[in-house]
Each structure stands twice: as C-alpha cells, then as structure tokens.
Design a protein around this ligand. Structure first.
Ligand SMILES: [Zn+2]
Length: 408
C-alpha cells in the first residue's frame, strides 16, 4: 500500500481512500485523514486504516463515512467513470451479479425508519465494498439509461440469500419481475449468484427449493460454488430440479468451479448447464474446454478481481495467477481464452445471436486493440496484460478513442 506521503505527492488537494479487496486494509492521504478522523475513523500516522477484527472494521467505517456523503450525482459520475475505464480496455458488456445485501436495519419507503423485517430472513453482510442495496443500487444505471448515457451493456442477475423455507425475497422477485425483460442495453438475465442462504457443501433443502422455483418460473441462474463438495451438491440439486422442470433452455451456470471434478462437469453437461470459472485461479480450464460444456469467463466483479480482461486473459493463456502460482496443464490457447470471454459469456445471457463475435446481423460492438493479441511474436505471454483498446465502438458509435487511428 502507498504511504500517506506518497499519496500526498500524487494527490495533494483531494481526499483519497485506497482499499484492498472488499474490506481493507486501506490507506489515505492528509486531506482524507482529516476528513475520516472527523468522522471517528482511526487512521495511523502513515495514513493506514486497519481491516476487520472482532466485529469492528475501521476500513468499512471509512467506506460508510464516504457513503454517507455520496450523492445520486456522485453515483452516476462514478458509474460513468467505471464504464469509461471498461471501454478503454475493450469491455463492452458486463454481467452484473449484484452483491451481498448490506446489514441495513431499517425499512425504506412508506415504512421508513421501522426495524427491517429482513434482518432475520435474509443473510446480510458487514457492509464491505461489495455490499449492494437490492432496492436502490440500480437507480444510477437506470437513470443513466433513461438519459441515453449508458456506454456499456448490462445483463442483470438478482442475488439474495433467504434464510427461511418460504423464501420471501426470492419469491417476490419471481412474482414481480419479468425474466429476460429489458432492451439491448440493460436486460434482466437471471437470478444469482446466490438465491438462498446456507451451506451448499451438504444437501441443502432451502437451496434446492429456491433452485426449483427459479426453474419453474423459467429464469436463468448463476450459483456461486466454493469447491468440489459444493459443486457436487449443487449439481445433485440441479439434477433433481431438472427431473421436474428441464433446465437445458435456461442457461444455468455454476460459478468459479475451483478444482471441479470431471464427473461433476459431465453431470452438468448432461442436464444442459454450464460453468463460469469467473476470476478463479483454480478452475481446470483445459479440462472444461475439452469437455465440450458451455464455459464463460469474466473478472468476477471489481470487488473480487480486476475489471481489465487482459489480466485475466494472461492468466488463462499462461496458467499463472497473480501470486505466481502455475496451474500445470490447464492453459488455453489465445483464441480459446478470447472465445470464453466473448461468445462463451454471451450464451449465458441468451445473447449469442447478438453479441460475442463480429458478424453480419450482430450488434455493432467492437474494440480495436493496441496490439495483435493472437500473435505471440508481437505480444509475448507476459505482455498480454498490457493490451488496451485504441478504439471502442458500441452500437455502431465510437465510445472510446485514443486518436491513434486516423480517419480520412
Ligand atoms: Zn462468487
């Protein structure tokens, strides 16, 4: 982490907070230290802010101090900033899996201020950077969409972790939201990456009921898994759901698939489901691609990994993670890595006829890269992560242009 002095040199006038991962530790500069200390956040002399220990987390307190002064205009500006960055690295569509619910204790809307009933019904979090208010967090992107200012496409998945067998929040979403509803820019694509609380490494009747409902209502689904036990149990639940409601047309995806076993992959493939080894460093990519199952790849959200696809593409091609670990025998060719990120991902939001490849009849979305990704002589393996876009076009319009390409 940079020190207070280094941050002061880079940004002397504006307060800054740099956060590691979702819940710190974090660092700030002198104006930031002054602001955060006035809000009761402990900042050390070097500008360091501690992470969670025994229930308290000064880094989350710092985030909350910023959230308290963030305006709706700030949210829109921040959204545009992240979209501009995304276009600068050639990424034109995001699958949004929302996030964990914050530990909000009070109702919104007409019952504002009353103790929230959901605190005993749904899993909430300690409010880290990935916490996501399921009622208000879409407002900024919806407003930008109404204003015609969206520059990247969004495919939304709704996440919730009901804790009780009547699944009140999942049921409300299913009863009140149309699946696959929206337009080319924002569309509702599924439920996930969680649809119930509870341990998924054992038979979980709560999860199985939730998955059964999602299938019966005809929705897409993406489910987070933690390792081989989760993967086996979730697959078994999907098989039982599939016996009642075939899921092959619904584009279900088991996410992360760390160390997934070949047998589990074959079982998923047999019921028409796929895998999304998003952001994971332990998914057997070679085995997954060779199995013929549907595979997507993505960065897993800015709270979990870099947005920049080229960092991930370097990992997929070399098998080497950011910490230097090498996964032997699981590397992909460059074209395979590109396909997982594009056409592979498009399948899971039913966009394969409109997105994912440059073809007549598809949307006019493309990126002109800074160098030839497919040519190792021009871009050696360890330089893949430095690729960017010099010109990005979405819906036939130039939305990012470094000026390298000249028009006559
Ligand atoms: Zn996940």
């Amino acid at each position: 982490m940079p020190t207070l002095e280094e941050l002061d040199r880079a940004l002397p006038d504006h307060p800054v907070l740099m956060l590691v991962g979702q819940g710190g530790p974090s660092a700030t500069n002198t104006p930031g230290k002054k602001f955060l200390e006035s809000k009761g956040v402990a900042v050390d002399a070097q500008g360091g802010i501690a992470t969670g220990k025994g229930g308290a987390n000064p880094s989350v307190d710092a985030l909350d101090a910023l959230r308290a002064i963030q305006t709706f205009e700030d949210q829109k500006r921040g959204t545009l900033d992240v979209m501009a960055y995304s276009l600068s690295v050639g990424l034109v569509t995001h699958g949004d899996q929302s996030g964990s619910w914050p530990a909000v204790r009070y109702e919104f809307g007409p019952n504002r201020g009353k103790p929230a009933p959901w605190k005993d019904l749904v899993e909430v979090t300690a409010g880290t950077a990935q916490s996501f208010d399921p009622w208000t967090s879409y407002d900024a992107v919806l407003e930008l969409h109404r204003q015609g200012k969206l520059a990247v496409r969004l495919r939304l998945f709704f996440s919730s972790k009901d804790e009780t067998m009547d699944l009140p929040y999942l049921t409300q979403r299913l009863n009140n939201q149309f699946p696959d509803f929206g337009d080319d820019w924002i569309r509702v694509s599924g439920m996930g990456e969680n649809i119930s609380g509870g341990d998924k490494s054992k038979p979980n009747p709560l999860y199985e009921k939730a998955a059964g409902l999602v299938a019966a209502y005809g929705w897409g689904h993406n489910q987070h898994g933690q390792g081989p036990e989760d993967e086996r149990e979730i697959t078994a639940a999907w098989e039982r759901v599939n016996a009642k409601t075939p899921i092959a047309g619904l584009r279900w995806c088991l996410a992360h698939v760390a160390n997934i076993e070949r047998e589990t992959v074959e079982r998923l493939k047999a019921i028409g489901a796929g895998v999304c080894p998003n952001g994971a460093g332990r998914a057997p990519l070679r085995m997954l691609v060779d199995s013929g199952i549907h595979v997507a790849f993505g960065g897993d959200g800015a709270g979990a990994g870099p947005i920049n696809p080229w960092v991930h593409m370097q990992y997929m091609v070399t098998g080497k993670t950011a910490s230097g670990q090498v996964q032997k025998g699981q590397a992909l060719t460059r074209l395979e890595a590109l396909r997982l990120y594009t056409l592979g991902s498009a399948w899971f939001s039913k966009d394969e006829n409109d997105l994912g490849s440059i073809e007549v009849g598809k949307y006019g979305d493309l990126a002109v890269l800074s160098d030839d990704f497919l040519d190792p002589a021009r871009v050696p393996d360890d330089a893949i992560r430095r690729i960017s876009s010099v010109l990005t076009i979405v819906d036939g319009k130039i939305v990012h242009d470094t000026g390298v390409l000249k028009t006559k």
